[in-house]
Design a binder for this molecule. Structure first.
Ligand SMILES: Cc1cc2nc3c(=O)[nH]c(=O)nc-3n(C[C@H](O)[C@H](O)[C@H](O)COP(=O)(O)OP(=O)(O)OC[C@H]3O[C@@H](n4cnc5c(N)ncnc54)[C@H](O)[C@@H]3O)c2cc1C
Length: 366
């Protein structure tokens, strides 16, 4: 038997969950949200470092981040953190270039000297001479946000189907017939590709040209340090892109900022990446690393220009892209999903999305 829907969203990570909830909120008739795993969020969404950082992803992602900020804050998903991009003597031009790159973008950043830097970061080793300070950076409660979207979707009538990896797709006159690995069939007029690291794999399945969306592995380790990181420690990022760290419940989350190309898979951390991260961290502060308590890795998936891909496929009828969320898919989710639902349903913009330039993210650009 084939279950019939107007829209099928494939992938129930933050992308698919937020899109399904927004589609239902904007009046979509019948929506099914289809997830391969037992648990939505098992892949990249469940493995993030959980920050909302105004500059992350570059100036063309800033509008999505800023448009999402007030909604995230008003609904209690953010808590203040602050961010420091730190640099050594040689990095002064990079710190200046960073300030210039974001000028006029609407983010709030200021330049700090070493004295300003040590006010935020105790135990700083010699050699680190300056920083860019971003006070608005916040932690995101990722799990609560994801659950919020899943619950909103369900309450609005969206059907969530898990353990349903789509393995077959056929285009008929009325739309699509999708078949999962257990031979269950779903028909839909429009299919939304929110398959994360599998976005290009899924595109190939429905006969579309892949966009070159490449999964890149990123590693995070949870450390016990002496001293323990103060709860007020900001997110600290290397301006040269070799690490970041932040406190989490008395522990430290540390990443070597790695970007190892990977096929789509259940990503696992490599010991070398963790060792590199610790070696780099030990050049920053004089804290002792007492233990690696936990480590994990996830895939951040980028289009060739590192901008997300939202909109209808230019060549395949009834295929909508919501992919390429890279390292900013959580912090941009509210505005991105609202915009995508409006594009998919051909609805006018609202206050949250009015200023967004959808052309930047259009799949037809490739
Ligand atoms: C270490 C790390 C740190 C990060 N930190 C941050 C951060 O601080 N802030 C931020 O905003 N972002 C961060 N990100 C990025 C963010 O996590 C991603 O942009 C976001 O989770 C992507 O969501 P998604 O729904 O596209 O992907 P996923 O969560 O991977 O969801 C895609 C889903 O599609 C399903 N799927 C695939 N193919 C099929 C199929 N054929 N049939 C059915 N289902 C299918 C998969 O099972 C998967 O569950 C980080 C990522 C990593 C790895």
């Amino acid at each position: 038997m084939t279950a019939g829907f107007d829209i099928a969203v494939v992938g129930a990570g933050i992308a698919g969950a937020s899109l399904a909830a927004e589609l239902a909120a904007q009046g979509a008739q019948s929506v099914v949200l289809i997830e391969a795993e037992d648990q939505p969020g098992y892949h990249t969404t469940g493995r993030s470092a959980a920050f909302w950082e105004e500059c992350y992803g570059g100036p063309d992602v800033v509008p999505l981040t800023l448009a999402s900020g007030p909604w995230l804050r008003d609904n209690g998903f953010l808590s203040p953190r602050g961010a420091l991009y730190i640099g050594r003597e040689d990095d002064a031009p990079a710190l200046d270039a960073f300030m210039e790159r974001f000028e006029g973008s609407g983010v709030h950043i200021e330049r700090l000297d070493r004295e300003g830097l040590t006010a935020h970061l105790s135990g700083l080793r010699p050699g680190w001479v300056g920083a860019v300070w971003e006070p608005a950076c916040a932690d995101i409660d990722v799990s609560a946000l994801h659950q919020h979207y899943l619950a909103t979707a369900r309450k609005s009538g969206v059907r969530l189907v898990t353990r349903a990896q789509i393995v077959g797709a056929e285009r008929t006159e009325a739309g699509w017939i999708l078949t999962d690995a257990h031979n269950e069939r779903f028909s839909a007029r429009v299919v939304a590709n929110a398959a994360g690291a599998w976005a290009d794999t899924f595109a190939a399945l429905v006969g579309a040209r892949p966009k070159g969306i490449q999964p890149l592995r990123r590693t995070v380790a949870q450390l016990r340090t002496d001293p323990a990181p103060p709860a007020t420690l900001p997110l600290v990022l290397d301006i040269a892109g070799r690490f970041y760290f932040k406190p989490e419940s008395g522990r430290l989350w540390l990443s070597p900022h790695d970007e190892e190309p990977s096929p789509p898979c259940d990503a696992a951390p490599e010991a070398l990446a963790v060792a590199e991260a610790i070696a780099r961290f030990e050049t920053v502060v004089d804290w002792r690393v007492a233990a690696v308590e936990r480590k994990w890795a996830g895939l951040r998936s980028f289009a060739p220009d590192r901008l997300p891909v939202y909109g209808y496929d230019p060549a395949v009828e009834g295929l909508f892209w919501f992919a390429g969320q890279g390292g900013f898919g959580i912090q941009t989710a509210p505005a991105a999903a609202r915009l995508a639902a409006q594009l998919l349903l051909d609805l006018p913009r609202d206050a949250m999305t009015a200023e967004l330039d959808a052309g930047l993210y259009d799949p037809a650009r490739f």
